[in-house]
Write a protein that binds this ligand. Structure first.
Ligand code: NAD
Length: 363
């Protein structure tokens, strides 16, 4: 074994444990093939943690995560905990994890797989070849800026206030993550802002432009967010990597994701400056199909591929997982959420077996 990694597994709720089980088996197989060792430690989060300890993020879970090289999370939440007050809900566990690990960068790829092109609501000729990475700043901007709140004025009228604020250091650190991500891709980075109206965006654009000097191999362009939204729908193949702030990124990453049309296929990564990142599918815990062997495990497997690529710097292993996903789709295997006429409908476990077989095939 050349390398050994400590991975914290957070299966969470709903379909989480099912898709996690499949992912562990394929990770072990890839590790064995490439001489990479994984020490897996499972910990509680979300509803499962509430049931066991009363806390959606028990301190020992955060400690385990902090002591690992990467965190692989499935999904949290479900009907059972919907009636709890906001500060005790499973989602709090997720927010606490992001804050506790200081994860300021969210990476959301949106790739159209040729086998699933008809799942998109847009025309084939518009989305064919789409392969976008949205890098969103996650811990700053208008979601966290001060002052915020609803205040009563002297006349008795109430005013709601939020503040969009970015310090130079915050712009620079998300910028560096984005330039590095673009380097691992097609080396084109588009910074999205609203510099024609917002002062905070003028500083954003200025700092991004200055950073570009450190990455001469990456081509930097800028777009205003309204134009970026239009271009994403009009001609999405023009984009490679996009970097933007928290609010714009929240919206654009969902818009980009929906170009693909299939939520069960979308992975994500959240990274900090140092320490472990968290890798998780975009979808939730799908309580409507939990425990029925119906879940699509591919977003979770692709999240593990992102973990290998961006969290552990093992791109060859990430490539291998992604290639296995392509193979099973080419072979026609589909879970219910992505099934179409002429394909072979399989459950979560059977999809896992097909992935294992694809990995074992000689290359
Ligand atoms: P969801 O993503 O769980 O489900 C939306 C729809 O997509 C459902 O019909 C579901 O069956 C389907 N679906 C989702 N993932 C699938 C998969 N892998 N395979 C097959 N089908 C899949 O969103 P929701 O229904 O709005 O939320 C359910 C619960 O998940 C809620 O408690 C919510 O708070 C939570 N949630 C958690 C996360 C997270 O853990 N990051 C994200 C979103 C929602």
């Amino acid at each position: 074994m050349t390398q050994h990694y400590r991975i914290t597994l957070l299966p969470g709720d709903g379909i989480g444990p099912e898709i996690m089980a499949v992912t562990i088996t394929v990770l072990k197989e890839v590790g064995q093939q490439l001489g990479i060792g994984f020490d897996f430690t499972e910990a509680l989060i979300g509803g499962a943690a509430i049931d066991a300890t009363g806390n959606p993020l028990p301190p020992e879970t955060l400690d385990t995560c902090k002591a690992s090289d990467a965190v692989l999370l499935a999904a949290i939440g479900g009907y059972k905990w919907d009636a709890l007050p906001n500060d005790q809900r499973p989602e709090r566990g997720l927010l606490g994890l992001r804050a506790g690990l200081n994860l300021f960068a969210n990476l959301r790829p949106a790739q159209i797989l040729p086998q699933l092109i008809d799942a998109s609501t847009l025309k084939r000729e518009v989305v064919e070849g789409v392969d976008i990475m949205v890098v969103r700043e996650l811990t700053g901007g208008i979601y966290f800026g001060q002052p915020r709140g609803i205040f009563e004025t002297k006349t008795g009228e109430r005013r709601g206030i939020n503040t969009m604020v970015y310090a130079e250091a915050e712009i620079e650190r998300i910028g560096r993550v984005a330039f590095e991500a673009a380097r691992k891709r097609r080396k084109r980075l588009c910074s999205v802002d609203k510099a024609n109206v917002l002062d905070v965006s003028q500083l954003w654009r200025e700092r991004m432009t200055a950073l570009a000097a450190d990455y001469p191999d990456v081509e930097l362009t800028h777009l205003y967010v309204d134009n970026a939204a239009m271009q994403l729908l009009r001609a999405p193949t023009q984009f490679d990597t996009i970097v933007t702030g928290n609010l714009f990124g929240d919206i654009l990453s969902d818009a980009a994701a929906m170009l693909t049309g299939s939520i069960g296929m979308l992975p994500s990564a959240s990274l900090g400056a140092s320490g472990p990142g968290v890798f998780e599918p975009v979808h939730g815990s799908a309580p409507d199909i939990a425990g029925q062997d119906l879940a699509n495990p591919l977003a979770q497997v692709l999240s593990a591929a992102m973990m290998l690529r961006y969290g552990l710097n093992e791109p060859a292993a990430g490539d291998r997982l992604e290639a296995a996903v392509q193979t099973v789709l080419n072979q026609g295997y589909r879970t219910g959420d992505i099934a179409s006429e002429g394909t072979t409908r399989v459950g979560c476990q059977a999809m896992g077996n097909a992935l294992l077989k694809a990995l074992e095939e000689p290359r």
